[in-house]
Design a protein around this ligand. Sequence first.
Ligand SMILES: C[S@@+](CC[C@H](N)C(=O)[O-])C[C@H]1O[C@@H](n2cnc3c(N)ncnc32)[C@H](O)[C@@H]1O
Length: 320
Amino acid sequence: MNYIGSKKRLLSFIKQSIIQTVGDISCSVFCDMFAGSGVVGRAFKNRVKLLISNDIEYYSFVLNKNFIQNKKLINYQKYIDELNSLDLIEGFIYKNYSYSAKRYYFSDTNAKKIDAIREQIELYKDDQQLYYFLLSSLLLSSDKVANTASVYCSFLKKLKKSAKQDLVLKPALYELHDKDHLVFNEDANTLIKKIKGDILYLDPPYSVRHYGANYHLLNTIALYDKFKPIGKTGLREYYHSPYSKVSLAKDTLEDLIKNANFKYIFLSYNNEGIIDTKDIKNIMQKYGDYHILTKEYKRYQVSKNHNHTVVKEQLHILKK
Ligand SMILES: C[S@@+](CC[C@H](N)C(=O)[O-])C[C@H]1O[C@@H](n2cnc3c(N)ncnc32)[C@H](O)[C@@H]1O
C-alpha cells in the first residue's frame, strides 16, 4: 500500500540504526507506536521477544491485527474463492462511493463487490484471526482499484486504468510466528501510560494533513457502519491528531517522551515537519542521552507534477 509517511524505503536505515544503538534486540519489548501500514513492526516482529503495535486509525489497526498479531497458518484459499464469487450487492459503498453515486471512488461493479465481500466477512467475526485477515485482504485489494491519485481526500474525474479493472480479492499474507504480539487502537499519549518496554519507535504525523481524512474510505470499508457522508467527497467524521496541529504538536510530543517507560526511544521525523529539529533536540535532551542520525532520500510526490524531492529523514535517538 502506498501509505503517506511509510518507512518502507527507510527500513534498512532504521533497522541498522536501532541494532547499532541497542545491540542484541532478541530479548527486547519493541513498540511501534504510530504503526500506519505496519512495515516497521513487520520488520521487527520476528527479531524481538514482544512487539506492541498501535495506531489511532481503525484501518491501520485491522492491517496490524493481521500482519503483526496473526501467527498461525489459515487454510485461507476456500474463503478467498468464496468471497471472490459472491453475487454483487448494491450496499453502502455502491450507494455512496461509486460511479453511479457521483463520487467516483470505485467503478459500479467494484463498489458492489466491496459491499458483497464486506457483508460476508462480518459472518466470520467470531474467528478474530480469520476476520482481520479477510478484512485486510479486502482493504488492500480495494485500495488497488480505487480511483484516486493516491489518497481518498478526492477522487479522479474519470476512471483511471487500474480503477476499471475488476477487483480481485487477494490474500493479505502474513509471516508466521510463535510470539504473543499485541495490537492497540489508541491515542499514543494515552497508551504510553499503560505500557513499558525496551525500544519505543515513534513515527508521528509530521504534516497538517490528517490521516483520518486522507484514508476515510478505508475506515468506512473496515468499520462498515452507516452514517451520512459529508459533501462532494463523502467524508466521515474523523480523528484530528494533535501531532498534525501546529499549536499542539510540540507539547504533545514532549508529553509522550516524558511519560515513556522505555530505555531507548527512536523518533523518525523529517526536516519539513511541523516541529523544528532544534525543538525536538531540546525536548529529548531533557530526558537523557541524545543524538541524531540523518538520511537523505528521494521522496516521490504525486502533487508536484510527479517530481522527486530530496528530503532529510531524521532519526532522533534518546537513551532515557
Ligand atoms: C507517519 S505515519 C506512520 C507510518 C508508519 N511508520 C509506516 O511506515 O507505515 C503516522 C501514523 O500516526 C497515526 N496517528 C496520528 N495521530 C495519532 C495518535 N495521537 N495516536 C496514535 N496514532 C496516531 C496515523 O494514523 C498514522 O498512521
